[in-house]
Write a protein that binds this ligand. Structure first.
Ligand SMILES: Cc1ncc(COP(=O)(O)O)c(C=O)c1O
Length: 302
């Protein structure tokens, strides 16, 4: 096999758009003094591709704009242009199921805590694709286990910043204890998880943390709250005590890449009946239908 054909097979759906250039992900480089690398000075998004289309791209780019504004970072192009370029990259990747990871940092300049002048130092904007396995149908996948950890993050968790070290440490603590996901607990209340939002079904009510500085405003979370009425459950956005959440009828987590995943155990104790609950399954089904409506077959961008 010659070098060129190796290059074609090597990237396997992994393509990147970086500051206006498209290439196989493995060929992309950023400077050592990129502020994302030195200071975690940036924000990001992660979307799921279904049938080759990024689901919820409008909502993700709106949140990106809010996150960027919250750290005084201007986006280098408008959301429509970004959405078009993301779709173009998704088409290039030829993926049906996959991830689109997008990140913007304050660019590459001489290391200094002070922001560089944006008129001379442009941000680093990139997004890349990667294959993901299709998800199990509602009610059919395995449940997950949770581990409670103290919430030691900063006070602006509504911003989707790339400064994720506390989340990384929490997730690794969970993994070391044999659990799949870490739940951030503060003053006896549950906030969210290291990579997802948390929901509990208490009787006929769906409960999740309100949108404050303690949780990320999840795109999946918002859709689940919207569709709750269609499956006949009320919604309460309120802080929940850890013991109340642990003894709920059903608990599940949400994220763009995993949709809804039911929780089987928490700190080693069984949650609910130890199987995917009826409300979780119906909400998941309604979510999948919402996805299907949005990602009906599309024509590739030329
Ligand atoms: C801390 C945290 N909370 C919640 C979520 C879920 O957000 P979304 O549904 O927008 O993927 C994520 C996803 O990455 C996350 O990292």
């Amino acid at each position: 096999m010659d070098a060129n054909s190796m290059k074609v097979t090597r990237n396997d759906g992994e393509w990147i758009w970086i500051n206006g250039k498209t290439m196989p992900l493995a060929d992309a480089r950023i400077g050592v003094e990129d502020r994302g690398f030195l200071f975690a000075d940036g924000v990001y998004e992660a979307m799921r591709l279904y049938r080759g289309r990024p689901f919820g791209v409008k909502e993700h780019l709106e949140r990106l704009e809010r996150s960027a504004a919250a750290i005084d970072l201007a986006l280098p192009c408008c959301r429509d242009t970004m959405a078009q370029e993301i779709q173009r990259l998704a088409d290039r990747s030829e993926l049906t199921d996959g991830l689109v990871y997008l990140q913007i940092t304050r660019g590459c300049s001489v290391r200094n805590h002070l922001f560089p002048d944006p008129s001379t130092v442009p941000p680093t904007l990139l997004f890349y694709t990667r294959p993901l396995a299709p998800l199990p149908a509602p009610g059919e996948g395995a449940g997950i286990s949770l581990l409670s950890v103290p919430d030691e993050r900063w006070k602006r968790c509504q911003i989707k910043t790339i400064a994720l070290l506390p989340n990384v440490l929490a997730k690794n603590k969970a993994a070391a204890a044999g659990a799949d996901e870490a739940v951030f607990v503060e003053d006896g209340h549950v906030n969210e998880c290291s990579t997802s939002n948390l929901f509990a079904v208490v009787g006929k009510t769906l409960v999740t943390h309100p949108l404050t500085n303690k949780v990320l405003p999840g795109i999946t979370r918002a859709i689940v709250l919207e569709i709750a009425a269609s499956v006949g459950v009320g919604v309460q956005e309120r802080p929940m005590r850890e013991d109340e959440a642990k003894s709920a009828d059903e608990v599940f987590i949400t994220s763009s890449t995993r949709e809804l995943v039911w929780v089987e155990s928490w700190d080693g104790q069984r949650v609910g009946k130890g199987r995917c609950g009826d409300v979780t399954r119906r909400l998941h089904q309604a979510y999948v239908e919402r996805v299907r409506e949005e990602v009906l077959p599309h024509v590739a961008v030329a």
